[in-house]
Ligand binder design. Structure first.
Ligand code: DX5
Ligand code: ZN
Length: 208
């Protein structure tokens, strides 16, 4: 299992040291919230750019924005290797995926818990990865929604080659459910940054 620690759960007063604590992970997950698409605001491209020289981990940028398209160039410039945005956003999907690809990054669509998995079918060939939310987007520290594993199975059945990431509520118990469903990458905020030993937590999660 590949693990992407979510910086949202890190100690914001010492982000540089926090990034060092998770250097054995596979990706670094960066949650971008606009206060419209989700009822919370996080941080923007300047923070992402400031973190870029501190690690060689690929940057997995999760855009929880009503209008992601306008911000794609800023996050590409900030060093995003992978940009995911929501299928429920208000921008044209094809154009947004193309803008990410044009900038040389990998692109993917994210599903909120209430969105049917079939919504993804038209875009399967146009993306590199898809992400299934296992909590309502907006906040860390929520409980894992187990029924979302049905979506993971449906995606893997229809597009076996497409990478599937899940986001929210991943811990030592729920990661087993992810592994059984065929998930490739798990985001973990609380599970890594609030663990007694972040490196040990990453190692345990990676062993699935
Ligand atoms: C929620 C974010 C998640 C969140 C996960 O909107 O997309 O990435 O940080 O946090 P945990 O692992 O604490 O559920
Ligand atoms: Zn996220």
């Amino acid at each position: 299992m590949q693990i992407a620690p979510s910086v949202l759960a890190a100690d914001f007063t010492r982000l540089g040291e926090e990034i060092e604590r998770v250097s054995s992970a596979d990706l670094l997950h960066l949650d971008i919230m606009d206060g419209h698409f989700v009822p919370n605001i996080s941080y923007g491209p300047e923070v992402v750019a400031a973190l870029r020289p501190l690690t060689t981990l690929p940057f997995d940028v999760h855009l929880m924005l009503e209008h992601p398209l306008a911000y794609v160039p800023a996050f590409l410039k900030a060093g995003a290797d992978l940009i995911t945005f929501h299928v429920e956003c208000k921008d044209p999907i094809e154009e947004t995926l193309a803008a990410i690809h044009k900038g040389g990054a990998k692109a993917g669509l994210v599903l909120k818990p209430a969105t049917p998995v079939e919504t993804l079918w038209p875009w399967l060939d146009a993306m590199d990865i898809t992400m299934v939310m296992t909590v309502e987007p907006g906040f860390g520290g929520q409980s894992f929604m187990e029924p979302m594993m049905d979506k993971v199975r449906a995606i893997k059945k229809r597009a076996p080659g497409l990478l599937v990431e899940v986001d929210g509520g991943v811990n030592d118990r729920t990661i087993q459910l992810c592994a059984q469903a065929g998930v490739d990458i798990c985001v973990a905020g609380t599970g890594v940054f609030r663990a007694e030993n972040a490196e040990e937590a990453i190692k345990r999660f990676q062993s699935w």
